[in-house]
Design a protein around this ligand. Structure first.
Ligand code: COA
Length: 260
């Protein structure tokens, strides 16, 4: 499979390595990345030769530094909600993979990057990984599932703190609160993530697929939560503070929010 923004390879164990490849933009998720993740995971789900997946970001600095903020100035309530629903649908497809999907988190996993890692079944982090939901600094809320998956993974109190302060946490802290499964030195990250996927790939495939489906079923109200998140994301996109927050990021200055 060939893509503009993804690299794809598969090893002898049937473990696919999918690398988001925009390192000059810290692998930010633009519409092409979202579309290509959709296509890539659809193809892998239909390919029995793929026994497991490792998802990572190109370069040593970043897994994914969020949705691509350069597309934000044009967003309004309608297009914002549509963007959130589209990203959520692709992340749901990743979560619905019948074979294990392991995020190998190298560096920043912020905003949509943290949400993408959470849509994977398991997370292995390099020691330099940083996790956060900084949308509030842009006058925005998480829109790719963060308000729903973060409380489920780490509990409501810690998720609320992360979403309301926007402050990132390091890999050790992420491990301590259950956001990641393992922390390893950066140079061991890909081998550790592939090893975890390969271990699971050797188990009974149907039992693995049914386990993943049963675990997903423990979240039966997730679809309603995601729909609500997308509607509120759209509302946030219609505020002056959102325009100001995005302009401030793009102009590299501090935002002056007015509360409207
Ligand atoms: N969307 C679009 N571009 C992004 C981006 C994003 N989410 N995150 C980083 N980039 C771009 C920068 O604009 C810059 O591009 P340029 O070289 O063309 O100017 C490049 O990636 C490198 O980022 P830079 O900010 O210079 O790196 P840094 O090491 O100083 O800071 C971060 C790294 C992650 C702290 C900073 O990039 C950041 O805060 N990014 C936004 C995180 C965020 O708010 N994500 C949630 C979005 S909803």
């Amino acid at each position: 499979m060939t893509f503009e923004t993804l690299l794809y390879e598969r090893d002898d164990d049937g473990i696919a390595l999918v690398t988001i490849n925009r390192p000059d933009k810290l692998n930010a998720l633009n519409a092409t990345v979202i579309d290509e993740l959709d296509r890539c995971f659809a193809a892998m789900a239909a390919d029995d030769a793929v026994r497991g997946v490792v998802l990572t970001g190109a370069g040593p600095k970043s897994f994914v530094a969020g949705a691509d903020i350069s597309r934000f100035p044009d967003l309004d309530a309608v297009s914002g909600r549509r963007m959130a629903l589209r990203g959520q649908a692709v992340f749901n497809r990743i979560e619905a993979m019948p074979r294990p999907v392991v995020a190998a988190v190298n560096g920043y996993a912020l905003g949509g990057g943290c949400e993408l890692a959470m849509a994977c079944h398991l997370r292995v982090a390099a020691e330099n990984a940083r996790f956060g939901q900084p949308e509030v600094d842009l006058g925005l809320i998480p829109g790719y599932g963060g308000t729903q998956r973060l409380p489920r993974l780490v509990g409501r109190g810690l998720a609320t703190e992360m979403i309301l302060t926007g402050a990132p946490i390091d890999a050790r802290r992420a491990h301590a609160i259950g956001l990641v499964n393992r922390v390893v030195p950066a140079e061991e990250l890909l081998d550790a993530a592939k090893g975890l996927a390969a271990t699971i790939a050797k188990k009974a495939p149907v039992a693995v697929a049914l386990s993943l489906e049963a675990i997903r079923a423990s979240e039966l109200d997730l679809p309603h939560g995601l729909a609500h998140e997308a509607a509120l994301f759209g509302q946030a996109c219609a505020t002056e503070d959102f325009k100001e927050g995005v302009a401030a990021f793009l102009e590299r200055r501090k935002a002056a929010f007015k509360g409207r």
